[in-house]
Design a binder for this molecule. Structure first.
Ligand code: ZN
Length: 1011
């Protein structure tokens, strides 16, 4: 062998070895560097607070010492995870900034603020060399993230992969009662900055670890308040954490589609801004470490299959490494379907990264407790060969050990395989860009002639917020689209056999050409973040026969449908050649005044900005038209605004800001009937049982700048003249609130549970406060609410609060049928307007997609009291046993044949007309003017499902969805759908707004029954 050959083969062997080190990850042995001293005192405390040696690992059973860098003890006064220590966000940040000051390997970035103005941060920990070249590295990652910048050149990408350091983003404590992550992450940052062991050094050199120690900062500070209250009152019960974030509790981890919360926006900006490869979110509700990313089926249908593979690689490596450490209860798979893209971690899945989520085991505070698991939790299963113990003493330190050990093994594996993951990152981006040519579609098209330009612009802004590019056609263009189906999709029952409708569907043409006008918006799919647009705008189908029976969250979300905006899925790649320009700023609907005249008219198109306008122009006099008008060729829907007493300049300014088109006209047709649209005084009513679902209502109202008072059931209980303060009371869904629970509140035994601002609890009691959260609405509250309606108020009630109104007799003639088979698990269902003259229907077309979670199923009757149920009419009653064929009448023998009188008939959403028998003594007959008025009903069974899971849909098909019930001078409006949900249902907001704006004229356009 000559020298050259020797060198070459040596190099080959060396690179082979290097390759082996990469492929066979975790080959760097975990454990401390014996040359580096340890912090003896800190290490001793770790041992003391860990309840069993096997609840720790060689990665976290010691703390390396540093002469210059402070340990978490500097702020905590004890070690991370110590009993009784739960730091506020300010303390956590103070420590991380001390770390930044003391170590050249740490840098803290401010990433935005919360709704209540608290700061959110991200801390980068990596080698000095990596930290010095953050920007160069980011520039390389940016090219991999958007392969268009390198013309999809794989060779160029490979060079970038070799030169780049990946970013692994860890987020802690989004769920406030899951309290362990901040201290675990403080210590993790210290270890990554200080430890000189080969294991940690390899991570530091190979990865940029980015840490947001607290995602829900507002909730964290409240949770620490509660914990401190508990420490100060050791023998007493403590109040549950009623408010986490400013708006929502647990649902803060369901916002990655709607992007309405600051925390979601800030994490998304950080993830995409850093061009990170992983988003790893920490939770604490399963013993002892459950990596739920691998989860269970069904998987989200829009992820790149590469991601499913990455989940497996990372998840099983975690299990493998920690199992080798002898730590019990580490597993992946388990209960969790990976369908909904609403979870925070899914920001990564939908933006070409890797989403990950740990559930470790927390004690909701820093007490050390004896914890007993259920047999299901400690059972050995195929995916959990070393399950958690049935019973164990458990400490926050144990939790911190598991969190850190899991993360360190993950970082080690990720660092060793960084090229694989960077290559995948590039490939996922490239495949997103190639979408039009592969699976499609080529683009989503938002026609310029949409009836709701405001809603259209809002949906497009959401896509921009998600990182999508939006383009606008500069000229008309024609493409092939799939033909509109004239018949609905098959129902489950219809699906098996070939039906007439099925044959008809097959024979319909499947495509047609369609021209879109100039000004039409397009979201092209040949862009790196096409995946999120596709996932949000496409339709979802969850089979009723899916083996997954424990559906984890909502199953449908199609945003075009829920926003009530036209969205056309175009697979014809010709669409990409249409003349268009990329929109540079935010998409805005055009607004302002057009025409000449003394009267200002605004067409009612159910754009939410109309509601903002009413409250912005507080002193203007606004009237609504009760019929459709045509003025100088311009069409105005029912409910259109006539605006007076406002200077043209002011109206022009507000209308352009809000994207509303105002028409100045000379005069109105003399015959047109109108009524005033007052800026009603609104109260948002909440219980002290749960505040989350009403939080989504508050959020929508705040975003649209609609003022309201925020009151609790306890205030209603005390106030017998609610009409003096309010015109409208909105009782949003409580979530799990039975009518009895809303009345009773929490059990009254034990100590009072205050929710108040005090020196000990400075962060709670700001949104609302009480000395004791236990008392509920009570009977007095119920009576006050009822009197409020009788005297002319409007009560809007939804799902479980509608159940309260029905159960306690607010709404004679309405009953609720218990579901037998119905399953509509957060699905999108079609509904139809049955009374377009009702002010609640103003601005809408003839149908609307709504969010429905199992009803309630409303029935109507013209009889009050126990006779409220729905009579089965002749048509749906089976004939009795007797002579003849199934269609024949029975014939009693030995007497003349008697002709049966015709049975009264009614549609499912209507009350069955009264019979003469019932009218003879009409004690229970509801007078026509007091009868419930159905505004919106669910569609027929075959058209009902829009997106998601629907089983047994016939049970709710055609039943009322929105009912307006007159009660003396006032009204109760009942909702079966939830019109304001997670910032996703903008299209149905106006059902509520219409009710509010017309609260004192809800009977407009009403046709009464004759008898
Ligand atoms: Zn959680």
């Amino acid at each position: 062998m000559n020298f050259r050959l020797f060198v070459r083969s040596t190099i080959m062997v060396m690179s082979l070895l290097a390759l082996m080190a990469i492929v066979a990850s975790g080959q760097v042995k975990p454990g401390r560097d014996p040359k580096q001293p340890i912090d003896e005192e800190y290490t001793q405390k770790i041992r003391e607070y860990t309840t069993e040696p096997f609840f720790n690992s060689p990665l976290t059973d010691y703390l390396p010492a540093s002469k210059t860098v402070p340990t978490p003890k500097a702020v905590l006064g004890d070690v991370a995870g110590a009993p009784g220590k739960l730091p506020y966000s300010a303390e956590v940040y103070r420590y991380l900034r001390m770390l930044e000051k003391a170590s050249p390997r740490v840098k803290v970035f401010s990433i935005g603020t919360t709704e209540e103005g608290r700061e959110m941060i991200a801390v980068a920990v990596t080698s000095e060399a990596n930290l010095a070249k953050l920007e160069e590295n980011r520039a390389r990652l940016a090219k991999l993230a958007d392969p268009r910048t390198i013309k999809l050149d794989d060779a160029e990408a490979e060079k970038l992969v070799t030169a780049s350091v990946p970013v692994y983003y860890i987020t802690g404590t989004i769920h406030s009662p899951e309290t362990g992550a901040p201290t675990a992450l403080m210590e993790l940052a210290y270890r990554l900055a200080v430890d000189e062991s080969p294991y940690i050094k390899a991570i530091r050199d190979g990865v940029i670890t980015l840490i947001t120690p607290i995602v829900e900062v507002d909730g964290r500070d409240r949770q620490v308040d509660i914990y401190n209250w508990h420490l100060a009152h050791p023998k007493e019960n403590w109040p549950p954490l009623l408010y986490w974030g400013h708006y929502v509790a647990h649902d803060n981890n369901r916002d990655a589609m709607g992007m309405t919360l600051k925390l979601t926006q800030n994490v998304l900006k950080t993830f995409t801004g850093w061009k990170a490869q992983v988003l790893h979110d920490l939770h604490e509700s399963v013993a002892y470490l459950y990596d739920n990313t691998v989860g269970d089926g069904p998987y989200n249908a829009w992820i790149d299959p590469i991601l499913a593979d990455e989940w497996q690689m990372l998840g099983w490596n975690n299990v493998s490494e920690m199992t080798k450490f002898g730590m019990p209860g580490v597993f992946t798979h388990g209960t969790f379907d990976t369908w909904s893209p609403g979870y925070l971690m899914f920001i990564a899945a939908m933006h070409n990264g890797i989403s990950r989520l740990y559930e470790t085991f927390g004690n909701a505070g820093a007490d050390t407790l004896e914890r007993t698991l259920s047999p299901q939790e400690y059972a050995r299963t195929w995916y959990r060969q070393n399950p958690p113990l049935p019973k164990a003493r458990w400490s926050q330190r144990n939790n911190n050990n598991y969190e850190q050990t899991g993360l360190l093994t993950a970082l080690s594996y990720f660092s060793a395989n960084s090229r694989v993951f960077l290559r995948n990152f590039y490939l996922k981006g490239k495949r997103s860009i190639e979408k039009p040519k592969t699976e499609g579609p080529a683009a989503y098209v938002f026609p310029a002639d949409d009836a709701r330009p405001g809603a259209q612009a809002e949906l497009l802004r959401l896509l921009q917020l998600q990182g999508c590019e939006v383009s606008r056609a500069t000229a008309p263009f024609t493409v092939t689209v799939s033909a509109k189906k004239k018949t609905g999709r098959p129902t489950a029952a219809e699906g098996s056999g070939e039906t007439q409708a099925g044959v008809q569907r097959r024979n319909e043409p499947t495509t047609e050409t369609r021209q879109f006008p100039a000004g039409t918006y397009l979201v092209r799919m040949d862009q790196p973040y096409s995946r999120i647009a596709d996932a949000l705008l496409d339709y979802q189908y969850w089979s009723p026969n899916d083996p997954q029976k424990n559906v984890y969250d909502d199953t449908g979300w199609t945003f075009g449908e829920l926003y009530n905006v036209q969205v056309v899925r175009v697979t014809d790649v010709k669409v990409l050649a249409a003349p268009m320009q990329k929109v540079s700023g935010e998409v805005r609907a055009p607004g302002g005044i057009k025409g000449n005249g003394q009267t200002f008219m605004i067409n009612h198109n159910a754009d939410n900005a109309l509601m903002t306008l009413r409250y912005r122009l507080k002193d203007a006099s606004i009237e609504a038209t009760e019929s459709m008008l045509n003025i100088n060729g311009q069409k105005f829907n029912r409910g259109s605004f006539i605006v007076r007493n406002v200077p043209a300049a002011e109206l022009e300014r507000v209308a352009s800001e809000l994207g509303l088109q105002v028409r100045a006209v000379d005069e109105l047709p003399a015959s047109s009937k109108t009524h005033p649209v007052r800026a009603a005084r609104i109260a948002m009513l909440h219980t002290w049982l749960s505040t989350q679902d009403e939080g989504w209502w508050r959020l929508a109202f705040d975003q649209l700048q609609i003022p309201y008072s925020y009151i609790s059931t306890q205030e209603v209980a005390k106030d017998d003249n609610l009409n003096a303060k309010y015109d409208v009371i909105l009782f949003a869904p409580v979530g799990r609130g039975s009518p009895q629970a809303i009345i009773s509140g929490l059990p009254m035994w034990g100590n009072p549970l205050p929710w108040k601002t005090t020196e000990l609890t400075p962060n709670i009691g700001k949104l609302d406060s009480t000395d004791d959260i236990r008392p509920g609405l009570g009977w007095s509250g119920l009576a006050n609410l009822q009197n409020f309606v009788r005297r002319g108020g409007l009560l809007v009630s939804v799902m479980d609060t509608a159940n309260l109104a029905v159960t306690f007799g607010f709404t004679p003639g309405v009953s609720i049928a218990p579901p037998q088979r119905l399953k509509s698990t957060g699905s999108v269902l079609r509904s139809k307007f049955v009374d377009p003259n009702s002010p609640i229907a103003y601005g809408y077309g003839d149908n609307l997609s709504v969010y429905c979670f199992d009803g309630p199923i409303f029935n109507l009757s013209n009889m009050a009291g126990g006779r409220g149920g729905r009579r089965r009419t002749g048509e749906d009653r089976d004939r009795p046993t007797g002579r003849g064929t199934p269609d024949d009448p029975d014939t009693p023998q030995a007497r003349p044949v008697a002709e049966a009188p015709e049975e009264p008939k009614a549609e499912v959403w209507q009350a069955v007309p009264l019979t003469d028998e019932q009218r003879r003594n009409g004690i229970y007959i509801i007078p026509p003017e007091a009868r419930p008025r159905v505004v919106l009903r669910y569609a027929d069974a075959k058209d009902l499902l829009v997106s998601g899971l629907l089983d047994g849909g016939a049970e709710i098909a055609q039943h009322p969805a929105v009912i307006d019930v007159p009660v003396e001078k006032g009204h109760v409006v009942l909702f079966s759908n939830n019109p304001l949900w997670r910032g996703e249902t903008q299209g149905s907001y106006f059902l509520v707004f219409n009710a509010i704006l017309n609260f004192d004229h809800l009977n407009a356009g009403r046709k009464l029954d004759e008898k």
